[in-house]
Design a binder for this molecule. Structure first.
Ligand SMILES: [Zn+2]
Length: 302
C-alpha cells in the first residue's frame, strides 16, 4: 500500500475524533465498533444491530442507516415479544430504507421519530408518505445494473432491487415493494425487504458490481402460518446461496405476534430461525450466519 494514504477513520457514532485519540464514549455504536475492531484486529466495516422484525441499524463506513424502522412498543394490534429498542440504539440514523408500506415495515409513528431523515423507497410510495408527513421520502427505481445509484454520502450508495411481495394489496396504502442494495468503498449489503424466492436473486452481485458481503433476509411472519410473498427458513437459505453472500442475517421473525399468541403453537416464533440455520449450513456452507436475537449486535471485518 506504499504511497496510498488511507482514508481517515471514522467511528460509526461520529461523536469523537479517532484521529486525535480522544476517549471512546460509552455510546452503543461506539462500543460495538471498537469491540469488533479489537476482536478482529483490524478495521470494522459493518457494525449492525437487529432491533427486531425488519429493523436493522447498519453502520457502514461511518454512515448509519436503518431499515424499516419499527421503534414502538407495539405495531397496531401486534405485540412485541422483545424489549422496546432504546433510542440510543438507532439515534443518529441519517438514512431510512423502507422496503414497502405494509404496517410492520412502514409505521408512521416510528418514521416521525426520525424527522428530516431521507427515506429511500419505491417511487410509488413517495406521494403517500409525503401526504402523511414524511417529508424526506425519496423515490428510487429498480432497473438494470447500469442505472445510477442514489448517493447517500462519502461513497455510500443505495439502489432498489426486486422484491416479489404483492400478495396483500392494501386499499388505503400503495405497496411498491422492493429490497435495497447498499455499497460503500468497502462493503456491500442486500436488505431483501419482504419477498418470495426468485431465481434472479443470483444476479444481485452483478447489480452491485461486486460480491455480496451481507444478506439480510426475511423468514417467517407474525403468525404461525406463512402467507404468500414471504420465505420460510429453507427458502431464505436458498436465497442467500443464490447470491453467494459471505454473511447472512435472518430477520422478520421472533418479534411480533397477535395478543396472547406468542407461544401457540409452542415454539412457532423460534422455529423458522432453527430451520434457516440448518438449511444455510447445508446449501451455503461458506456463508457465516449472524446468529442474533432481537436487540443483539454484530461487527464484521472488511
Ligand atoms: Zn413483513
Amino acid at each position: 500500500m506504499g504511497g496510498v494514504t488511507p482514508a481517515p477513520r471514522r467511528c460509526p457514532a461520529r461523536d469523537h475524533d479517532e484521529e486525535a485519540g480522544s476517549p471512546v464514549p460509552e455510546t452503543h455504536a461506539c462500543r460495538i465498533h471498537h469491540a469488533g475492531a479489537a476482536a478482529y484486529g483490524r478495521e470494522v466495516r459493518i457494525s449492525l444491530t437487529w432491533l427486531g422484525h425488519s429493523t436493522v441499524v447498519l453502520d457502514l463506513d461511518g454512515v448509519r442507516l436503518i431499515t424499516d424502522p419499527l421503534l414502538s412498543a407495539h405495531n397496531g394490534p401486534l405485540r412485541r415479544r422483545t424489549d422496546l429498542p432504546h433510542p440510543e440504539r438507532w439515534r443518529g440514523a441519517e438514512t431510512v430504507l423502507i422496503s414497502h408500506l405494509h404496517h410492520d415495515h412502514a409505521e408512521l409513528a416510528s418514521l416521525r421519530r426520525l424527522p428530516g431523515v431521507p427515506v429511500l423507497t419505491g417511487s410509488g410510495n413517495v406521494a403517500w408518505l409525503r401526504r402523511h408527513g414524511i417529508a424526506g421520502a425519496v423515490g428510487l427505481d429498480d432497473g438494470p445494473a447500469d442505472q445510477p445509484w442514489h448517493r447517500v454520502r462519502d461513497g455510500v450508495e443505495v439502489r432498489l432491487t426486486r422484491a416479489d411481495h404483492h400478495h396483500r394489496p392494501m386499499p388505503h396504502r400503495p405497496n411498491d415493494a422492493h429490497g435495497h442494495l447498499v455499497r460503500t468503498p468497502a462493503v456491500t449489503v442486500w436488505a431483501a425487504g419482504d419477498t418470495s424466492l426468485y431465481d434472479e436473486m443470483a444476479a444481485i452481485p452483478d447489480l452491485l458490481g461486486r460480491p455480496l458481503d451481507l444478506a439480510i433476509v426475511p423468514i417467517s411472519g407474525w403468525g404461525p402460518r406463512l402467507s404468500g410473498g414471504h420465505m420460510d427458513g429453507a427458502q431464505a437459505a436458498e436465497a442467500v446461496a443464490l447470491t453467494g453472500a459471505r454473511h447472512a442475517l435472518a430477520v422478520h421473525w421472533g418479534t411480533l405476534h397477535v395478543p396472547f399468541m406468542s407461544e401457540r403453537p409452542q415454539g412457532w416464533m423460534d422455529r423458522p430461525h432453527q430451520e434457516f440455520t440448518k438449511a444455510l449450513a447445508r446449501v451455503a456452507p461458506d456463508c457465516a450466519l449472524l446468529d442474533l436475537r432481537p436487540g443483539e449486535s454484530a461487527s464484521l471485518p472488511s
